[in-house]
Design a protein around this ligand. Sequence first.
Ligand SMILES: Cc1cc2nc3c(=O)[nH]c(=O)nc-3n(C[C@H](O)[C@H](O)[C@H](O)COP(=O)(O)OP(=O)(O)OC[C@H]3O[C@@H](n4cnc5c(N)ncnc54)[C@H](O)[C@@H]3O)c2cc1C
Length: 146
Amino acid sequence: MSTPAQCTRIRIFTSPQALEPLGVVEAAVQAGIPAKAISISDRHSTLFSVDFMSLHPYTRHPYILVLPQQLLEGIFRDKLQSHSVRIFRPYRMIGMRESAQRGMAEVSFEGGAVMRARYVIGADGSHSTVYYSFRSHGTDVLSWCR
Ligand SMILES: Cc1cc2nc3c(=O)[nH]c(=O)nc-3n(C[C@H](O)[C@H](O)[C@H](O)COP(=O)(O)OP(=O)(O)OC[C@H]3O[C@@H](n4cnc5c(N)ncnc54)[C@H](O)[C@@H]3O)c2cc1C
């Protein structure tokens, strides 16, 4: 996972409704700026507009939140910590293989660290190393889970 400093200046638009099941919506609403409508323009005219207030009958949050990515990541980090989940940064995964211990995987990281895990979940983006590692092992990898 990359370091928080790498995304300090990025502002993101996020749906409060998507954050609700994660139990972080209050913190995100407090940290962000609600936008009831957005309008995208070029130098000459409006290209398109979206009025989120029309979502009023369907959600408690008929707006989109604008907030720095680093703040949102901090909110997620605090939530995970409250569940005793630790995040290790920066660790770049480079490969994975079946462990000698049945049902376990050995995950290798840049710098030489190796971790053994019963579950490996890929949330590492569109060029997922986790996904390609599983693929390179073919279907055999499924037998690790049994
Ligand atoms: C310019 C741009 C603007 C966008 N703006 C918005 C927006 O405002 N609102 C919105 O909802 N969406 C936005 N998106 C889309 C959004 O960024 C993606 O949909 C979202 O980030 C996908 O999430 P993800 O967790 O799958 O992957 P990512 O966000 O890419 O997260 C993957 C994570 O895995 C880490 N990682 C990658 N490889 C490894 C490895 N080998 N080992 C360890 N860690 C690794 C990365 O460092 C990263 O932290 C935008 C996208 C772009 C390109």
